[in-house]
Ligand binder design. Structure first.
Ligand code: 5AD
Ligand code: SF4
Length: 440
């Protein structure tokens, strides 16, 4: 079983339900017909994904009963703050965070300018403390299936851009469904991200079949397909996709235009807004460390991300990919990403923040550090191994040589050590769902 705790549905109000994890309550979208108060369910990203037979749920809950409270203690102990070593300037800014006041761009900049190791330590501790205050110890793990490395775009930073010479693959719809089935039945995933380059070989009909069949497995279907028409995204929503990942990459429109030939920032932002309006649980974010980017750009990135009001943020460092125009760009420092996570946590305290594979690729220990600097969510790559190696958006991608089981074991162990429990991370519940469509 992968990392997830069953919840009990304790109240229903229209399409919104209240669930309970050992006394902790969350609001979710009731994305299934035929649920009643008293049912046991799995929720992911604020969406009810599956009912669980009572006997099975009670057995699993019995296993978690003691562990859950022990994890909470560990998390609380790791979320303490030691402010002794702070300069008075940084302290004043961080006091504002503690008082739940919003930060000005200049104050955010002053946090990005911190260099002293002790001060950075406190910065991350406070971000972790805010994460704990807002979310308790809940965390979630999504599985990612990278189903095609074809892309019709030529982004200067990306290792699977159209002009890149590399062996290409496309998983058939049957292969994708069977990889999803294995992820659900064998490894226990409750949320699956279906990711690819912008590959129009997968037309609406193929994508709809894929989404519909995977939704029937009782999981949150999360799509990450790049620029597609609003019409396509609407059809996928109607087929049961409930979450979408689409980064805006950078808020600097000149950098955007230069690095993403043939596309522009305004269109991308507009699509992201439209996806949110459709009711998708939205994950967005940006890449940190493009050449020419300043700390001020980073702050603008953070502000644009917040303006888009996503349910989840995803950002990672640029990892220069061989044979791409950006190969040879300077390595991004781990602290720059940790600062980004921490500041994002301050300015949108209730958000969910993902730890990304790019960060893990930059530094194999960074996953844990990110979770202690404000992040609360993770993804595990569950692409079949022979394809995973070919989804080379950047070099030396973390995890490609690992078996899925090993990645899960390592992640669960780390989350245990950090005192994180797999209760739903409570994204803002989606507002609507197509009426009359039974799911699961
Ligand atoms: N380094 C880091 N992230 C990258 N992506 C693409 N290329 C790189 C790279 N070289 C990210 C983009 C894209 C996501 C799927 O991968 O942000 O949205
Ligand atoms: Fe394609 Fe995305 Fe890579 Fe750009 S970043 S080339 S859109 S996979």
């Amino acid at each position: 079983m992968c990392y997830a705790i069953p919840a009990k549905l304790v109240a229903i109000d229209g399409q919104t339900g209240t669930i309970d994890y050992f006394g902790e309550k969350r609001q979710i979208l009731l994305d299934l017909d035929d649920v009643a108060v008293g049912d046991y369910v799995y929720a992911q990203g604020g969406v009810l994904v599956r009912k669980i037979p009572p006997k099975e749920a009670e057995e699993i809950l019995e296993h978690w009963q003691t562990i859950f409270f022990e994890l909470k203690k560990t998390d609380a102990a790791l979320s303490k703050i030691d402010q002794n070593k702070l300069s008075s300037n940084a302290l004043a800014v961080l006091q504002k965070v503690n008082l739940r006041k919003s930060l000005t761009p200049d104050e955010m900049l002053s946090l990005f300018n911190l260099q002293d190791e002790q001060e950075l330590k406190v910065l991350y501790e406070i971000a972790n403390n805010v994460r704990q205050r807002e979310h308790g110890n809940s965390s979630c793990i999504h599985g990612v299936i990278e189903f095609s490395n074809y892309c019709s775009n030529n982004c200067h930073y990306c290792g699977i851009r159209k002009d890149q010479e590399l062996p290409r693959y496309r998983m058939s719809i049957e292969e994708i469904i069977s990889a999803a089935k294995e992820a659900v039945d064998e490894y226990g995933f409750k949320a699956l991200v279906l990711q690819s380059g912008e590959d129009f070989w997968y037309d609406d009909a193929k994508l709809i079949t894929m989404v519909r069949e995977i939704r029937k497995m009782g999981v949150l279907v999360f799509v990450s397909l790049g620029l597609r028409s609003k019409g396509t995204y609407q059809k996928l929503y109607d087929a049961g996709a409930r979450a979408v990942l689409l980064r805006f990459e950078t808020s600097n429109k000149d950098i955007f235009a230069k690095l993403r030939p043939g596309t522009n920032l305004a269109d991308r932002v507009q699509l992201i807004k439209a996806l949110k309006a459709m009711g998708y649980v939205l994950a967005t974010g940006f890449i940190v460390g493009f050449p020419g980017e300043t700390n001020n750009d980073l702050i603008q990135n953070i502000l644009l991300a917040k303006y888009l009001a996503p349910d989840m943020y995803s950002f990672g460092p640029l990892i220069p990919a061989s044979n791409t125009p950006l190969f040879g760009s300077p390595k991004v420092s781990k602290d720059l990403i940790l600062k980004t996570i921490a500041v994002m946590r301050f300015i949108d305290s209730n958000s969910n923040i993902l730890v990304t594979t790019a960060l893990e690729t930059l530094d194999r220990n960074a996953k844990q550090e990110a979770l202690l600097a404000g992040a609360n969510s993770m993804m595990i790559n569950i692409t079949p191994k022979h394809y995973k190696e070919l989804y080379k958006i950047y070099d030396d991608k973390a995890d490609v040589t690992k078996e899925i089981k090993q990645s899960i074991q390592e992640t669960v162990k780390m989350l245990y050590e950090l005192g994180r429990a797999p209760t739903d991370i409570a994204a803002h519940a989606v507002k609507t769902r197509p009426s009359g469509q039974a799911r699961g």
